[in-house]
Ligand binder design. Structure first.
Ligand SMILES: [Zn+2]
Length: 583
């Protein structure tokens, strides 16, 4: 028997209470990951124990099989009405494919419609043509229970014309706290210009949207940002239309990333194969056009790329919901928003006030406040580019200009301190991974063995899993204290006495800040080394500050002058400072 979590039990109890109070049309609102089918199967178990009959309706084979499996686990005998499955019409519970049941029971006499006291159906937010409505209409005396993660119509309005009462399971933020979902980390490098695109039935007209989104530059950006922030995770991409999805797949393939494309025409066995290969890591990226928005599950997917702008909050939540499932070695999910969705709809963790009212729209009060600038607005962390509400950045710890006097220099952690990063211990898993990859990158650069990186991690208090060896090496960042320690060791035998902060220290920090956010990693690394050398007393501070400013200015000129020219400037700036020889 399935043991229910507290909130699932509460949902079942609330549903039963409403039924006892003679409410006939109920809507269960439960995010992906909260176990809708578990809640339903428990309810079914209770009904059958009282010899009442239940009909469970679904469009998708996956949902039917999932529900059937949950019922088996709950010891509930049931029949399945679906192509290629032997019927068991004598059972009190029938789990039915809507199409099959309609064909067999309504359009022909192949079977009698199974009697039911309770009719449960999934994806209740979708107006799925007349088939389901017609079927439900044939059960005027049954209690109806619709289930959905996003109880609103395409235009955001409530479903009060279909349901009397809503039963809400905990929302995403609460499920994250309970460990049922992982938190998200959003990057929103592109907020596309959608001005002038027509809107029909509550969302952008696809053909126009495709024209705007399917450009070489935007598709190229998508792959580039995946390389930057995607951490080589298994990834699902939501594209505007088939051509867009194919273009994205091709772009990934062109970059040497194993990728596949799915659309409505992909045969089901092939779809299953592709998803299995994604789950197994044989392919990294699956680009799709509206087939993987719901009723589909692949917990190892740790990254979700939104390439399809939508005005529908429900659709946005369905898309990101795909990546929030926990899995082994997955502590969060990365969302690369190229569609402007988070600026429009808020963060996945934002609380939503759903409504049944057909004249009202679901609201995310926190986000509305942000948009009306009564609260903190969403913006990019200047250091790691994560979308944050307000500093400090929950991902990298960046804070705007902490007062220099509050900052203390620690051995080998200069970059860490001046970068404004405060967290050194208790690294989150993605931070551990980054730390490990940077150490390996450093070890590789210096011709040291991999084992060194491993031991550094142990010193830091965690054991890197074996599988992390498969991740590409990273260039060490200023914040990597492990690298700093070894660098210290190599660079100096003597330690200058530590005194209080001088004006030069402040200047150095200011200058560092100016370049710390530079995109060219090399800038940052050089600056970091320079700063370290200054601290060790090998380089004159005034000269270093001058150089750092020079670099900062040069970086600001990247766009105007081009990278080559800027690199020449940097080369010049560092020509007289040969760091390797200092040691
Ligand atoms: Zn950050």
């Amino acid at each position: 028997m399935i043991v229910l979590h507290q909130f699932q039990q509460e949902a079942v109890a609330e549903i039963e209470r409403h039924i006892a109070e003679r409410r006939r049309r109920l809507l269960l609102v439960a995010p992906t990951g909260s176990g809708k089918t578990v809640i339903a199967s428990e309810l079914i178990r209770r009904w059958v124990a009282q010899y009442r009959r239940v009909l469970f309706l679904a469009h998708r084979r996956e949902i039917i099989m999932q529900t059937s499996a949950k019922l088996v686990a709950n010891g509930v005998r049931h029949g399945i009405v679906m192509a290629n499955v032997d019927p068991r019409p004598m059972e009190l519970v029938q789990v039915a494919s809507i199409d099959t049941l309609h064909v067999r029971g309504v359009r022909s006499d192949a079977m009698d419609l199974p009697p039911a006291d309770l009719v449960i159906f999934d994806e209740a937010h979708r107006a799925r043509g007349r088939t389901r409505e017609h079927l439900i209409g044939l059960y005027p005396n049954a209690v109806l229970l619709g289930m959905t993660a996003t109880p609103c119509r395409g235009d955001g309005r409530g479903l009060g014309n279909l349901f009397d009462v809503m039963v809400e399971a905990p929302q995403i933020a609460e499920l994250i706290v309970g460990g049922f979902l992982v938190k998200s980390r959003v990057y929103a490098p592109i907020d596309p210009d959608l001005k002038g695109i027509k809107v029909q039935q509550g969302d952008y007209v696809i053909s126009q949207l495709a024209g705007r989104m399917n450009t070489e530059r935007l598709v190229g950006d998508l792959v580039e940002h995946w390389h930057k922030h995607g951490e080589n995770r298994r990834t699902i991409v939501f594209a505007v239309d088939v051509a867009h999805s194919v273009a994205i797949r091709n772009q990934f393939l062109g970059a040497g990333v194993p990728a596949e494309h799915l659309d409505g025409e992909t045969p089901i066995p092939e779809r299953a194969t592709i998803l299995a290969r994604l789950a197994g890591g044989k392919i990294k990226v699956v680009s799709n056009c509206m087939v993987l928005t719901e009723g589909w599950d692949c917990p190892p997917v740790g990254c979700c790329i939104l390439g399809r702008p939508t005005k529908q909050m429900g659709l946005f939540r369905q898309m990101v919901g795909r990546a929030l499932r926990p899995a082994d070695g997955k502590s969060d999910c990365v969302i690369l928003d190229h569609s402007g969705a988070v600026f429009r709809h808020g963060l996945p963790e934002d609380h939503v006030e759903w409504t049944l009212d057909v004249d009202k729209r679901a609201a995310t009060p926190a986000h509305e406040k942000r948009k009306a600038s009564k609260g903190p607005t969403l913006h990019e962390c200047p250091s790691c580019k994560t979308v944050i509400i307000k500093p400090p950045c929950y991902h990298c710890g960046w804070e705007p200009k902490p007062r220099a006097r509050d900052v203390e220099f620690e051995d080998g952690q200069l970059g860490l301190v001046v970068g404004g990063k405060s967290r050194t211990e208790h690294l989150a898993q993605h931070e551990q991974l980054r730390f490990y990859r940077e150490l390996r990158g450093f070890a590789h650069e210096r011709g040291m063995k991999d084992g060194w990186a491993f031991h550094k991690c142990k010193e830091k208090g965690f054991t890197p899993p074996w599988a992390w060896k498969d991740y590409p090496l990273l260039e060490p960042s200023p914040g990597n204290a492990g690298v700093g320690q070894i660098e210290n060791h190599r660079l100096c035998q003597t330690q200058t006495a530590r005194g209080g902060m001088t004006t030069q220290d402040h200047e150095l920090i200011e200058a560092w800040r100016a370049v710390a956010n530079a995109k060219l990693t090399e800038f940052r690394r050089q600056c970091w080394r320079l700063a370290l050398l200054v601290r060790q007393g090998f380089v004159d501070k005034t000269a270093a500050v001058d150089r750092l400013y020079e670099i900062a200015i040069a970086h600001a000129l990247v766009r105007a002058l081009g990278e080559d020219r800027v690199e020449a400037i940097i080369a010049e700036a560092f020509a007289s400072a040969n760091f390797r020889e200092v040691a």
